[in-house]
Design a binder for this molecule. Structure first.
Ligand SMILES: Cc1ncc(COP(=O)(O)O)c(C=O)c1O
Length: 428
């Protein structure tokens, strides 16, 4: 088993981890939050070259001949800079923490800028007439990057977020961000902040927040002429560090989240402004999450404030089919895994009276994957999920526990990813 020299298949990366084609503009050229100059990050080209050489050296002649891509992949893994030693990963929680920079593209004169700007300061200079400020012309996405068991850093299903942002943009008359631009901006944002991706084993991740809004001025109601697309990132901790605990949800009956032909199915900023009051009232009353029902009939289950509703009964995975529910990437993921396990997936109307019939109910979304909901308060009555079916409201049910483990296992590279959901941020 001798070592062989193999021409490196990994594209040479610039000092920002980008190929020459994508060399970014950095504004302003000043210190990062971490105290290191943005123009000369700690993970410079030499480290990458050294790692590539090391990977080449560990490959045997046979391996190298048989699988040059494997050598390239090994090289890329070895080149991934480690997590910062300055953060206490165990106590991260879910809050904004400063990082090195965000990535920005601007739409002017009918086209998106192709060169990513890396902006170190966490501010934007915005025109006072920007349509985002006056008319809520703004939408966003939320996804996560993970450090995997074998040392990669990967984004989970960013292609789905790109599609959803395109659909939000279309509804708000904002120019679509092409999927390849969306993906390259997300990857660049993670790479440029890679030391903020929590170490494997801590249960944390780097939360990635793409944001798209009208930045040009209009005083009359009309679409702007200039738009901004940016991707910011912030490290977040393991939501279930203290162990998974089921919650009680309250049905919001004094306010509606969305109307059938409104904007509930897209991720526009205004939906969340409208949810702030009911969400806060629910929390003040002691309920960590609130559940919305159909605006007209006040009975058909829609979704939780920031997550989809899923119920399991027998061999069936049930989720509401409504034009005003946001199509959740997590829900789509869980439904596929449920189908893989032989379950039947039903998208249909779910009456609030049916909630107690399910054996398990969960709220699902990127932030926590799954929150088991074992009690739902509706107009003063407490509905216990699985009452009469042997479910224990004090524990997370076995099938959602299993689905949760599977999603996390795929995200952290611990189990196979047969559907190709994980995107390595160092793959071009
Ligand atoms: C209203 C709403 N529903 C559902 C979800 C869950 O979607 P995802 O699984 O894509 O995070 C979110 C979170 O983005 C949300 O804000």
């Amino acid at each position: 088993m001798g070592c062989a020299f193999v021409p490196a298949a990994v594209p040479a990366r610039g000092r920002h981890g980008l190929t020459a084609r994508q060399t970014p503009t950095v504004r302003p050229r000043q210190a990062w939050a971490g105290g290191q100059p943005l123009a000369a990050p700690a993970h410079g080209g030499r480290l990458q070259a050294t790692c590539r050489e090391a990977a080449v050296m560990v490959a045997t002649a046979d391996e190298a001949a048989a699988a040059p891509q494997a050598v390239a992949a090994a090289a890329a893994r070895l080149a991934v800079p480690p997590a910062s030693k300055d953060l206490d990963w165990a106590t991260l929680g879910f809050q904004f923490r400063p990082t090195n920079c965000y990535v920005r593209h601007t739409y002017r004169d009918g086209a998106w800028s192709t060169k990513p700007e890396l902006v170190a300061e966490p501010y934007i200079k915005l025109h006072i007439g920007a349509t985002a400020l006056h008319y809520g012309a703004s939408c966003f996405e939320g996804l996560k990057a993970f450090r995997t068991a074998d040392g990669r850093v990967s984004l989970f299903r960013p292609d789905e977020n790109a599609k959803r942002m395109a659909s939000s943009a279309a509804r708000l008359l904002i120019p679509e961000v092409p999927a390849d631009l969306f993906l390259s901006a997300c990857k660049a944002a993670v790479r440029e902040n890679v030391e903020f991706v929590p170490p494997y084993g801590t249960g944390g991740s780097l939360y990635v927040r793409p944001l798209l809004f009208g930045s040009g001025p209009k005083i009359g109601l009309s679409p702007a002429d200039e738009f901004t697309f940016l991707v910011l990132v912030t490290p977040v901790g393991d939501y279930y560090a203290g162990g998974p605990a089921p919650v009680t949800a309250i049905v919001t009956t004094d306010y509606d989240r969305a109307a059938p032909r409104g904007v509930g199915h897209v991720k526009c900023a205004g939906n969340y402004a409208a949810d702030l009051l009911p969400n806060t009232l629910a929390k003040r009353a002691g309920y960590p999450i609130n559940l919305y029902v159909d605006a007209a009939d006040q009975r058909s289950v829609e979704e939780f404030g920031t997550s989809n509703f899923v119920g399991l009964i027998g061999n069936t995975y049930v989720t509401p089919d409504s034009p005003s529910v946001l199509p959740s990437v997590t829900n789509k993921t869980l439904a596929t895994l449920a189908e893989d396990a032989g379950m039947v997936v039903e998208r249909r109307t779910v009456d609030i009276g049916e909630v107690g019939e399910f054996e398990e109910v969960a709220a699902c979304g990127t932030a926590v994957v799954i929150t088991a909901v074992t009690r739902v308060v509706y107009k003063g009555d407490v509905i216990t999920v699985g009452a009469g079916r042997g479910s224990d409201p004090e524990v997370v049910g076995p099938r959602f526990s299993e689905l949760y483990k599977q999603v996390r296992g795929i995200q952290y590279g611990e189990i196979a990813d047969p559907h190709g959901w994980c995107f390595d941020v160092y793959d071009e």
